[in-house]
Every structure is written in structure tokens, then in C-alpha cells.
Write a protein that binds this ligand. Structure first.
Ligand code: SAM
Length: 262
């Protein structure tokens, strides 16, 4: 792992990153949370294209695996650039406050969707719209793909591996998981509510996904659920993360489905 960090960050930048990682109390402090969020956005990315990333060249969307990254940097002779993380953060804060923050306040909970009602008990029966993009079947394991950001948030880099309970790759476990997620939000739904779902995956047809979503929503809510239409399909752009991913390719299309629950 030491190999990875010395190749990923310039020595001085790494000191700053470690200082931020150790000092930001993002779970309890509002301001620290804001700064940590900015750090996560700048932690890694295409640093040959933008001066605002802390790392050696990496995709911004996913963190490539440590051994693979080191091999790739060595093969191409890519050296981590010196980046003043504090200066980058000051610039980002400045940019964000150029226009005043909106008056509306949102509420965010760090929670498993399956426990949404426990996280937002005061919203029971009041939620009119849910807009969500659940994990895609057979596409990726989010913990693995975000291991470097999870490390920044305090995890041991090794603990992010081997956390897969199978639901990302096994069709039955996947749909059981989604049904449990709908069960988690069902008590929050208003008498009439809309659920919008963006979903993709390589192994299931659009019709299959619509059917399975409809069935799992009906099962979980015990209410009448109607799709608004057949769903809107958009192609997935070939992003840098996709080319890095190799065999674990992203889906080629994504679908947006909308359901009315009454
Ligand atoms: C297809 S991605 C959607 C990403 C999202 N649209 C965004 O821009 O961040 C699916 C997301 O679901 C999250 N996820 C996986 N299991 C979850 C769970 N049990 N509860 C809540 N979120 C979960 C993953 O970490 C991932 O960020």
C-alpha cells in the first residue's frame, strides 16, 4: 500500500491529504463535512487535464485498484504532480460561495436505503417523490470502486475489499435487495407518490427490468403501482472510467422508469 500512496501523491501533497484525513471531523461537524466533500471531489482525477486534483493521473469517477495503478503509472512514467491541497480547497470554496447558498435546507442521512424510515421517521406518509438510482446488476461493486475515497473517510484500505454479499452479481439476491430497499422507504410514501428509477445493467432486457421493478414495488408497498410509460432509454457515454475498467464494463444503456404509487 505504501507503494501506492507514494506513487499516487507527491510527498508534500500526501502530508496535506493525511492531515485533512486525520483532522476533519466530517461525521459531527458541519463545516468539516463541507470541506471533506470538497476533498473527495479533488482527491483523484485526470490531473494532467486539471490543476485541481491532488493525485497522479487517475479517473475521477472510480479509484483504480492499488497494484494496477502503480503498474500503470510506472509503465508510462507518470509522476505524481505537486499539488497544494489547501490552495485547491480555498479556490473551490471561493468558487462555491461566489453566488450565495440557496435558502432552502435539505436533510441528508448516512443510512442504508433499507433503513430509510428509521433515518427519517418524521417523514412517514409525507414523501411525494423518490428519485433514485440503485446499484446496477453485474456492473460494479461500489465499495471496491471507491476504495480511495473510503480510505480518505477513515477506512482501512483493505477493509473496502471483500464486502460483497453477492447482491451485485446474483440476480435473485439483487432483486431481493431492491425489494428490501422499497420496503425501507414504503412507510414514508404519501397517499399518492411518484418513484423515478434510473437503472442499467448488462444482463437484463429493458422489459425484464420494468417487470421486475414493478413486481418488487408492488410486493414491497402492498399498494397499487402503475408505470407511467415504457421507460426512457439513453446510451451511456464512453467515459474514461469505462476504458479503465477493462473487462468490468459499464452498461451501454440506462433506463429511466417512473411509477405512480397510490
Ligand atoms: C447507480 S449508483 C447511483 C449513484 C448516484 N446517482 C450518484 O450520483 O451518487 C448506486 C449507488 O447506490 C449506493 N448504494 C448501494 N447499496 C446501498 C444501500 N443499501 N443503501 C443506500 N445506497 C446504496 C452505492 O454506493 C451507489 O452510490
Amino acid at each position: 500500500m505504501a507503494d501506492f500512496f507514494t506513487a499516487c501523491f507527491h510527498a508534500d501533497t500526501y502530508e496535506q491529504v493525511r492531515f485533512l484525513r486525520a483532522g476533519l471531523n466530517w461525521r459531527d461537524d458541519h463545516t468539516d463535512r463541507f470541506i471533506a466533500a470538497l476533498c473527495l471531489g479533488a482527491l483523484h482525477g485526470e490531473s494532467h487535464r486539471s490543476p485541481n486534483y491532488f493525485s497522479n493521473r487517475m479517473p475521477r469517477t472510480i479509484s483504480t485498484k492499488p497494484a494496477y495503478s502503480v503498474r500503470w503509472w510506472r509503465k508510462h512514467g507518470y509522476i505524481a504532480p505537486y499539488r497544494d491541497a489547501f490552495g485547491i480547497l480555498r479556490g473551490m470554496v471561493d468558487f462555491r460561495f461566489r453566488t450565495p447558498p440557496p435558502d432552502n435546507r435539505g436533510e441528508i442521512a448516512e443510512s442504508d436505503a433499507r433503513k430509510a424510515t428509521t433515518a427519517f421517521p418524521h417523514l412517514e406518509g409525507r414523501v411525494t417523490d423518490i428519485i433514485t438510482s440503485p446499484p446496477y446488476l453485474d456492473t460494479t461493486n461500489y465499495r471496491e470502486d471507491q476504495w480511495l475515497r473510503l480510505w480518505f473517510l477513515g477506512e482501512d484500505p483493505k477493509s473496502t475489499q471483500a464486502c460483497d454479499d453477492g447482491r451485485h452479481y446474483n440476480k435473485t439476491l439483487y432483486w431481493t435487495f431492491l425489494k428490501e430497499a422499497w420496503e425501507g422507504v414504503a412507510p414514508l410514501l404519501a397517499p399518492q407518490a411518484r418513484i423515478v428509477v434510473r437503472i442499467g445493467g448488462r444482463k437484463q432486457s429493458k422489459e425484464d427490468m420494468l417487470d421486475s421493478l414493478l413486481m418488487s414495488l408492488k410486493d414491497a408497498t402492498g399498494r397499487d403501482v402503475q408505470p407511467v410509460d415504457d421507460g426512457v432509454t439513453t446510451p451511456v457515454k464512453r467515459t474514461q472510467a469505462n476504458s479503465f475498467r477493462g473487462a468490468k464494463a459499464s452498461p451501454t444503456v440506462e433506463h429511466d422508469f417512473c411509477f405512480i404509487v397510490s
